[in-house]
Write a protein that binds this ligand. Structure first.
Ligand SMILES: *Cc1c(COP(=O)(O)O)cnc(C)c1O
Length: 399
């Protein structure tokens, strides 16, 4: 199959460009290392100015072939499950924090030897595992694990309920009403994660709610973790206000402050390059790609959202309308409606923008569809194929 790159098909990721004709495989995720480094620089600057530590949340982005670069700028990682924690331990290094809605005995066995901070979602979990943590800390005074509690300040900033940990009835974090301070002995920190793709004004209001509800506890703590959802690397994000908020918390309460963004590390750093395999007709043309919304970019259906495509507009904006569809047998495996300046042809490469965060970590092998390869675009403009996924990946996760 031929690869055709039209003049409009150069994808801007951050300040740099990905030329789909030069990408060695399709479908492929392509991470632009220059764009990633630009994001990391912004985060490192906040870290230094605010005097806090910034951890990458692996839930959002865990493409470990980029970790040698991530390691240069960030303080470590935050993990939501033992496998994420192990990956950070093996491939990234630095500080390692973990939080999960609940831990099992075996989770704790895996996490204690490698973590620096463990955040519990409830006081019952802390009561259940406290003696194990204390035994570990006694046996390994040089590898102490500091424990904290996730709180729910019940202050809502997130519009989409699926992503709002403060929605009524949330299972994430302890409300002030449910908190029994007498059971907190031994805990050294508090953690809240209540934002999603938001600016620092949302953080400011959230901190005010935390201080109002939990302010009496703050002076006794060693650390405060402000979670993720800070869109720090988005153009226009007010980093000065973030720095002010963090500094004030540090000074007022004498706490170390942590931020754990996932999305902000990886936004605008990568694309998904796909190829048109066929064009069918039903109420207009449908281009079928060698990728899939449900298997490769599930948030397109789950959130849902319509990814930007290089050189394409909304339907009717340009001369040629197409719907882009995926490769699985799911009827709703549709990416969205677009228009192009030129008629799409079989073999043409399509570039979907902003595809590194919450995509690569969420893929599935549904329908046996092959996973996209992973390509790094290095600072010198070279494309490196770091991973091509074969049949074994599909076979081995079914047993
Ligand atoms: C998802 C999550 C993060 C990262 O959130 P982003 O929106 O990707 O910045 C950080 N901490 C916790 C506890 C999370 O669940």
């Amino acid at each position: 199959m031929t690869t055709q790159a039209s003049p409009t098909s150069v994808a801007k990721t951050g300040m740099h460009s990905i030329d789909p004709a030069l990408v060695p495989d399709s479908p492929s995720w392509v991470i632009d290392m220059t764009a990633l480094e630009n994001n990391l620089r912004i985060l490192a600057d906040v870290q230094e100015r605010a005097g806090c530590k910034i951890l990458i949340a692996l839930k959002g982005f865990a493409t470990w072939s980029t970790f040698p670069l991530v390691r240069k700028y960030l303080s470590g990682a935050t993990a939501s499950a033992p496998h994420e924690a192990r990956l950070a331990h093996e491939k990234l290094g630095g500080e390692l924090h973990a939080y999960a809605p609940a831990y099992s005995d075996s989770d704790i066995s895996e996490l204690l030897p490698i973590c620096d901070h463990l955040v519990f979602n409830s006081l019952s979990q802390w009561q259940r595992f406290r003696s194990r943590v204390e035994a570990h800390n006694k046996a390994h005074p040089d590898r102490r694990v500091s424990c904290g509690l996730r709180i729910n300040p019940e202050h809502r900033e997130v519009a989409v309920a699926l992503y709002d940990p403060c929605a009524p009835g949330s299972r994430l974090g302890v409300t002030r009403e449910a908190l029994r301070p007498e059971l907190m002995e031994g805990l050294e920190g508090l953690h809240f994660h209540t934002l999603c793709e938001l600016d620092s004004d949302a953080l400011e209001r959230t901190v005010a709610a935390v201080e109002e509800k939990f302010g009496d506890l703050l002076p006794k703590l060693k650390w405060l973790n402000l979670g993720g959802g800070h869109h720090i690397t988005r153009p226009g994000y007010d980093t000065d206000r973030l720095v002010r908020i963090v500094k004030r918390l540090r000074e007022r309460y004498g706490v170390a402050v942590y931020l754990e963004p996932g999305e902000a590390v990886a936004i605008r750093t990568g694309v998904l390059v796909a190829t048109v395999l066929d064009i069918v007709e039903n109420n207009g043309p449908i281009a079928i790609l060698d990728t899939s919304a449900t298997a490769h970019m599930p948030d397109v259906l789950e959130m849902p959202y319509r990814p930007e495509v290089v050189g394409a507009g909304h339907p009717g904006e340009k001369a040629h309308n197409y719907r882009l569809g995926g490769l699985t047998c799911l009827a709703g495996d549709m990416i969205g409606e677009y228009s192009f300046d030129h008629p799409i042809v079989v073999g043409e490469r399509i570039v979907l923008l902003d595809m590194s965060h919450y995509t690569m970590v969420k893929t599935s092998n549904f329908n046996g569809v092959r996973l996209p390869s992973i390509v790094l675009r290095h600072q010198d403009g070279q494309y490196e194929l770091v991973k091509k996924f074969g049949y074994e990946v599909y076979r081995d996760r079914l047993g």
